[in-house]
Each structure stands twice: as structure tokens, then as C-alpha cells.
Design a protein. Structure first.
Length: 167
């Protein structure tokens, strides 16, 4: 894959860059296919000269600009550079804010684990019930209603004495 990128040239503390097209796996200081222009950020009005026709050609062929090149080309007026620009979050968070966020995450993590355990407990009996159901199917159907009748009768018997006690 081809890349449109900056290659640093110049002296110490006097940065100057070539705008080049080269294979993305090569070193920026290595061989390049074509020089498209130059960029000198140290000069008072920053010097940025690039052959926009050749840039558009290389983009149409499939070359991808680096993040820094995409920002420079977008400022120059080349369309479609937004998809090559990575989001920038330069603000550093204060230590106190980071600590507070870490504490809230720790508190939320155990809270999230408890419902998971409860759901696991709820799922475990559900798994046992299907194992019991085949036993019921093997035995005659008479046993199932017999189990249900005492369960229904007991609550009915318990409720009236409670009413009698309150009178």
C-alpha cells in the first residue's frame, strides 16, 4: 500500500519536510516513488508547497495520507481528508478526576457481578427442572396432580385461620 507522508530533512532545530509517496512499510528516510512538495514549519509564515494535482492522482490510485499529511492537505483544501484524520484528545485529565473515575468503575464492577451471580442462580434451577420433568413423564400422570392439590389446599387452609385469629 502506498502512503503520502512527511520525510524529515534539514538541520537540528530547523525542521524541514519533504512530502513524498512511498510504500508504507519503508522507512520515511528511505527510497520514495515521487516527491510532491515540501513543508517548512520553522519559517515565520509556514512554507507549505505541494502539487495538488499529483496528490489527487495518488489518492485516486489508492495511496493513503498519513495523519499529519491529511491535516495539512485538509487545510490546503483537498476534499475527503476527514476519514484519514485521527481524533485528537490533547487535554490531560487531572489526577483527582482519574482517581474518582477509577473508584466509580470499581464500585460499578461488583454491582454488575452480583446480578450476573443472581442470574446464574436463577439459571441453575431452570437447568435442574428439565432433568426432573422427564421423570414425571415416565411416571403416571396421577402423581403430578397429587403434588399440585396439596400445594393448593395448604394456602387455602392457612388463610382462613388467620382471618379467624384477627376476629
Amino acid at each position: 500500500m502506498l502512503a503520502i507522508r512527511l520525510s524529515r530533512v534539514g538541520k537540528k532545530r530547523q525542521p524541514a519536510f519533504r512530502i513524498i509517496v512511498q510504500e508504507h512499510s519503508r522507512s520515511p528516510k528511505g527510497k520514495f516513488i515521487e516527491k510532491l512538495g515540501h513543508y517548512r514549519p520553522a519559517t515565520d509564515p509556514k512554507d507549505f508547497k505541494v502539487d495538488l494535482e499529483r496528490v489527487k492522482y495518488w489518492l485516486s490510485v489508492g495511496a493513503r495520507p498519513s495523519d499529519a499529511m491529511a491535516v495539512l492537505l485538509k487545510a490546503e483544501g483537498v476534499e475527503g481528508m476527514e476519514k484519514f484524520i485521527e481524533p485528537r484528545n490533547k487535554k490531560r485529565k487531572k489526577k483527582k478526576e482519574e482517581e474518582v473515575k477509577e473508584e466509580t468503575q470499581k464500585k460499578e464492577a461488583p454491582a454488575e457481578e452480583k446480578p450476573a451471580e443472581e442470574t446464574a442462580k436463577e439459571e441453575a434451577p431452570a437447568e435442574e427442572e428439565p432433568a426432573e420433568e422427564p421423570k414425571k413423564e415416565e411416571s403416571p400422570k396421577e402423581e403430578a396432580p397429587a403434588e399440585e392439590k396439596p400445594a393448593e389446599e395448604k394456602p387455602a387452609e392457612e388463610e382462613p385461620p388467620k382471618e379467624d385469629d384477627s376476629k
